[in-house]
Design a binder for this molecule. Structure first.
Ligand code: NDP
Length: 296
């Protein structure tokens, strides 16, 4: 069996088109232009590229976009003051502070100051709690992207056994919550789990969110399982020239695609979904702030 390759790039394009439709309807029917503010502190090149992409895609779907680039030397108090100003700004429905921030700034304090109603990254304790008990609100972006790809491929996930490898607050825990909500039987594995290959072999759905290149091997995968590889690992690629790199997932793609029913590639799988889901969350918060039911 050779797996279906799940094309996250094209799914994300379609999602952005649907989001542009929601933006147009919010403007035409309610006079609301969803607004997203992105704050970046310092000059991390990876973060700069990512934030530029976010700003570009926000504008492309017709939303209002604000980008704040603060110097490395900015004080914690100044960042907090900016977040509070954005909390109070009626033109802004989503606030995202790009992490990591420099060492002299406490990320927990910054995140904790974001109004949960505008927390499009779903990082605040209030948002995490809402996700856990199933109240409406933003959903962590990468996990939401994984869920959309799964639903698109499998339809009803009810009763399927999902093994999530990784338990971070950013990916592993929220995706486990979402899959539980979909009536999956969920196993969460981590660095202390015993017999990881044996656990993964039981899975109808494998979510790999570890951050270790190609750690999950093809012979760990149950034939026909759906594999969602969240991992993004940049490794040296001297065969491409001096100093060149390439991206690898957490799953050994070449062997896994011979066994799985469907699998996401890296790059081009989960990665492109994250920003599209950030925009989807901004539609959700803009709707809820204005007393409207968010589009499903
Ligand atoms: P973290 O480092 O925060 O978490 C990694 C998790 O993997 C931890 O729970 C850890 O267990 C577990 N783990 C580490 N080693 C092993 C092992 N040998 N066996 C089993 N479990 C192990 O990473 P993130 O969750 O933030 O990210 C995971 C990956 O996803 C990374 O490659 C990251 O780049 C990528 N990513 C991709 C995104 C996208 O847009 N596609 C967005 C976010 C992340 P323990 O808790 O016990 O330490």
């Amino acid at each position: 069996m050779v797996a279906t390759i799940i094309d996250g790039k094209s799914f994300a394009e379609g999602l952005r088109t649907r989001i542009a439709g929601h933006v147009a309807r919010l403007k035409a029917e309610h006079g609301i232009t969803p607004g997203l503010a992105v704050v970046i502190v310092g000059h991390d090149p990876g973060s700069q590229v990512y934030v530029a992409q976010k700003a570009k895609q926000t504008v492309e779907v017709g939303m209002h976009s604000e980008k704040y680039e603060l110097p490395e030397t900015v004080s914690e108090a100044e960042v907090l003051a900016l977040v509070k100003k954005l909390n109070a700004d009626p033109a802004i429905h989503g606030i995202l502070v790009q992490l990591p921030v420099p060492d002299h700034i406490d990320p927990k304090k910054i995140i904790g100051t974001i109004d949960p109603a505008k927390d499009v990254d779903c990082f605040t304790p209030a948002s995490v709690g809402k996700l856990a008990i199933g109240l409406p609100g933003p959903v962590s972006c990468t996990p939401l992207g994984c869920l959309m790809l799964l639903r698109d491929n499998l339809g009803d996930l009810s009763g399927l056994h999902a093994v999530v490898v990784g338990r971070s607050n950013l990916v592993g825990k929220p995706i486990a919550q979402l899959l539980l909500r979909e009536n999956c039987t969920v196993t969460i594995a981590h660095s202390r789990s015993k017999d990881l290959p044996g656990l993964v072999r039981q899975a109808d759905i494998v979510i790999a969110a570890v951050g270790r290149p190609e750690m999950i091997k093809g012979d760990w995968i149950k034939p026909g399982a759906t594999v969602i590889d969240v991992g993004i690992n940049r490794i040296a690629a001297p065969e491409r020239g001096e100093g060149k790199t390439r991206l690898l997932g957490d799953v050994e793609f070449a062997s896994a695609k011979e066994v799985a029913g469907a699998i996401t590639p890296v790059p081009g799988g989960v990665g492109p979904m994250t920003i599209a889901c950030l925009l989807a969350n901004t539609i959700t918060t803009a709707s809820l702030i204005n007393g409207l039911v968010p589009p499903s």
